[in-house]
Design a protein around this ligand. Structure first.
Ligand code: ZN
Length: 880
């Protein structure tokens, strides 16, 4: 079905299911090409539904084998079945059972939705609507059922048989060739949380006792031979379980918790009840095959999926419009966990970088949508940075606005009241209305209104009166389908910084709340602070207290003062970034690089002081400071008629000048931060590596000859992937034979490590040179690449689409290349294809020549016959 023909599904059309399914008994005989699925459903009319309604079960590419009602085969006149549905026009007006048999071909399932095989392992992915590819069902999250699953397979092919819940029986079948396992999950759940796994897998396990005293067996399953790389994931699991007990009072509720890593996976990981299935990229780690960044991601994603057990599984979503109810909240929870495990300011900075690069750009383009969309054609296209990352920001603001205590009590109330239900955003917010006594009606607009608000701030100091007046004004630009915007509730955490630190905040304005938070809920507001004996510099949006753009009337000199004097680490980082951003935006717009030299001197001087002083106290933070805003960030800031080459040239010039001015201290860091002793992924040593490697990157631009020698030495002496990758990344900035030789050596070293070669593919796809497109095409033919594996596609093709100058080549060849891959890939895996097409989300901000070329490429995609709903939806919305 094409997107234009696909029905638009709307939030206001929601009504409860006419039928409920209390229990599901599945009997699955696993076979690569002919898997037989027998399902027994116990149905009853929903008291909230329409009486006497037909029963319409969902399907997707299914063929009905047999059907029986209350154990009697159903006459063909009493039902109709198509690949997409199974309908009983006049079912009994009472509880009854249905037996349904279907047959599947897991080996041919390239969409990786439903039941498929990945490197010989049977596995499932059912969110959002994959269960209907296994059997006919009421595949909607508000139909929650108790599942019992019997799996049977040839023992040699699938010695491990896993499903949700607890193992209740297992054994060999007569003859000894086949075996079975029966799993029962006592917790009612929606079908999207269903999962099974069957295959040859190694595992590691560890007993765990919850705070409530329940004994749980934790296990991580991986491909044979890789158990030695599963330890960090298991360790992360134990830490996040303890954290959830301590911070949110949440205990685990089954006898086992299994994590399984598979190599072909459309997403990062999936929170199936008691049986989380992961992209192996987010499980496997050892020092030589995983970078510091991988260790951090594994820890965060293990936590994220585990935390879903309460926010997503025990309390699920009433419908898919409420997706942010589980995702935004769970991202917030995993961010808090990582902040507690590591450095809170560094975590915040890295999250804000991601938010700006992925979500702000989405909000500014044709795919903008609210945190809770009101309509969709293809729900798989709404697993977006807006639902996840902005959704988490909304929870963070809720915490700031209601205060820590009312927020904690609100969460407790939510867990107590909504446990076992399929809930809505309204039910969630009601809990915080009760515990805080606040009216959150206005706040709820964050869920409904798309677009990134801009806050304009200006201030005036009256020396005679000892007062400072701050004016804040907000506006939100129009987004598709939402021309008129209303003010939102913006918590602005602030401080007034004087010569020797923070000044007292005295104001009678009711907008000023406890903890130095000003609530901007009108188009604008003024507030006056008194009792100030010196002119303050305002430090606004501390800790990035709201997902907005901030325009300040502060000069660069004042910002650099905040960089050294602000007590808020986030704003110290932000102040420096803002000065660099302003200079890059000016030069990127005008193409005039001469002004940059002066700015580079100022920035380098500030950095030199920083490196000589406080930087060493927190190297991870210092690494963030050294990393300038990306060229893509600058393009987004410019926002219209962007010439990517001019932006890139400005970025290069500033980086090079700063690198040259700081050559001495940056080189000194290479020696000073050299580590002795074995590799540890802990925050301390990882921070030192981050700073040392960030410095190497700047040197590569400023002093290529010296840096090339340093990078090659780094590569040769490294005992971990982080340093090897840093050397490779530095060398990609230095064209020449040495670079190509290192690229070759890296590939040889890691020939049998696809996950590491993904990084190698991406590093090359990101080279900002005219030859990169040809390089990428050549790499597609190499054994390291496969169009059938989502990780490979994201690394090489996704990497190229993130290459600002080469994806946006002036001749349009980058657009044509990506458009061609999207249409080819769409036939096998629509989800991965549509994600890739999202690379065009910023096309409207380009200068007219590139805009026309990008539009033509999008039109070419849109006009391709037989497109999936996923891709045609993105193409149509991008062009609308
Ligand atoms: Zn999630």
């Amino acid at each position: 079905m094409r997107a234009e023909d696909a029905p638009m599904i709307r939030l206001e059309d929601y009504r409860p299911s006419d039928w409920l399914i209390d229990t599901v008994d599945l009997d699955i005989l696993l076979d690569a090409n002919r898997t037989r699925v027998r399902s027994l459903l116990k149905l009853r009319p929903n008291p909230q539904g329409r009486q006497g309604a037909p029963l319409v079960l969902d399907g997707d590419e299914l063929a009905l084998g047999s059907i029986a009602l209350d154990d009697v085969p159903l006459a063909p006149t009493l039902y109709t079945s198509t690949p997409q549905s199974l309908t009983l026009p006049s079912p009994p007006d009472r509880a009854f059972s249905l037996r349904i048999e279907t047959e599947l071909n897991p080996a041919a399932n390239t969409k990786l939705m439903g039941l498929y095989r990945s490197s010989g392992v049977y596995c499932t992915q059912c969110e959002a609507d994959g269960f209907r590819r296994i059997t006919y069902f009421l595949d909607r999250p508000d139909v929650m059922s108790v599942y019992t699953v019997r799996l049977e397979a040839v023992k040699a092919e699938a010695p491990v048989l896993l499903a949700n819940g607890n193992l209740v029986a297992s054994g060999e079948l007569p003859g000894g060739e086949r075996h079975f396992a029966v799993w029962h999950d006592p917790h009612p759940k929606p079908a999207y949380l269903f999962a099974i796994v069957g295959g040859r897998l190694d595992h590691i396990r560890q007993p765990y006792v919850t705070a409530e005293g329940r004994k749980v067996e934790l296990a991580v399953y991986v491909e044979p031979g890789k158990a030695g790389r599963a330890g960090w994931a298991l360790d992360s699991l134990v830490r996040c379980m303890r954290w959830d007990e301590r911070v949110f009072g949440r205990n685990y509720d089954l006898d086992v918790f299994n994590v399984v890593a598979v190599s072909d996976f459309n997403m990062g990981a999936m929170e199936n009840k008691g049986l989380n299935i992961f992209n192996d990229k987010y499980v496997l780690a050892d020092p030589l095959t995983a970078s510091d960044g991988d260790y951090i991601s594994i820890e965060a994603i293990i936590a994220h999926e585990y935390f879903h057990n309460w926010t997503g599984n025990r309390i699920t979503c009433r419908d898919w419009f409420q997706l942010c109810l589980k995702e935004g909240l769970t991202v917030f929870r995993d961010q808090e966990f990582s902040s507690d495990e590591r450095s809170r300011p560094v975590k915040r900075i890295s999250d804000v970088r991601t938010l700006r690069s992925t979500q702000f750009s989405e909000d500014a383009g044709p795919l903008a949508h609210p945190v809770r969309p009101r309509a969709y054609k293809e729900i798989n296209n709404f697993y977006t940075p807006t639902v996840y990352e902005k959704g988490a920001e909304v929870i963070r603001m809720l915490k700031v606005l209601t205060g820590d205590d009312a927020f904690a009590r609100g969460m407790d109330l939510y867990f107590e009241r909504c446990d076992g239900t399929a809930a809505t955003i309204e039910e969630f917010l009601d809990c915080f209305i009760e515990t805080s006594g606040q009216d959150l009606t206005h706040f709820a607009r964050w869920y409904e209104q798309a677009g990134t608000p801009t806050v304009v701030a200006s201030g005036h100091y009256d020396a005679a009166a000892g007062s400072y007046t701050l004016e804040l004004a907000q506006s939100t630009p129009p987004t598709p389908g939402q021309e008129e915007k209303a003010p939102v509730v913006i918590p602005v955490a602030l401080g007034l910084v004087g010569k020797t630190g923070d000044l007292p905040l005295n104001s009678i304005s009711p907008a000023l709340k406890a903890g130095g938070v000003v609530v901007l809920d009108q188009p604008s507001l003024n507030l006056t602070f008194t009792g100030l004996s010196e002119a303050p510099t305002p430090s606004l949006l501390r800790g990035f207290s709201a997902p907005v753009r901030l325009e300040l009337d502060l000069g660069d000199a004042e910002l650099l003062r905040l960089f050294t004097a602000d007590s808020d680490s986030f704003n110290r980082w932000q102040a420096f970034q803002t000065v660099a951003t302003r200079a890059l935006v000016r030069a990127g717009k005008s193409g005039n690089l001469s002004e940059l030299a002066e700015k580079a001197r100022e920035l380098a001087a500030a950095l030199a002081d920083f490196l000589a002083g406080p930087a060493m106290a927190d190297p991870a933070f210092a690494a963030q400071v050294l990393r300038l805003p990306s060229a893509a960030d600058i393009a987004r800031e410019i926002g219209k008629d962007v010439d990517p080459d001019a932006v890139f040239a400005a970025h290069r010039a500033l980086s090079r000048a700063i690198g040259a001015a700081l050559a001495e201290p940056l080189s000194a860091l290479q020696v000073q931060l050299r580590q002795h002793g074995p590799y540890s992924p802990a925050a301390g040593p990882a921070g030192q590596r981050a700073l040392r490697n960030e410095a190497l990157g700047l040197l590569a631009l400023a002093l290529p000859v010296e840096a090339s020698a340093l990078a090659q030495a780094r590569y040769a002496e490294a005992d971990n992937l982080t340093d090897r990758l840093a050397a490779l990344a530095a060398m990609t900035l230095i064209p020449g034979e040495a670079r190509e030789a290192l690229i070759g050596r890296f590939a040889e070293l890691y020939a049998d490590e696809p996950l590491v070669l993904d990084k190698w593919l991406m590093a090359q796809a990101l080279i900002p040179e005219a030859g990169t497109l040809d390089r990428v095409k050549a790499l597609m033919a190499s054994p390291a690449f496969s169009l059938g594996n989502p990780n490979r596609v994201r690394a090489l093709i996704g990497g190229f689409s993130a290459n600002l100058t080469q994806f946006n080549r002036a001749d349009g060849a980058g657009y044509g290349f990506i458009a061609g891959i999207v249409t080819e890939l769409d036939r096998a895996n629509p989800q991965v294809a549509s994600r890739l097409l999202g690379a065009f989300k910023t096309w409207r901000m380009l200068e007219p020549g590139r805009r026309d070329l990008a539009r033509s490429a999008l039109r070419m995609v849109a006009a391709t016959p037989g497109l999936s709903r996923d891709v045609s939806d993105i193409a149509a919305r991008s062009l609308a």
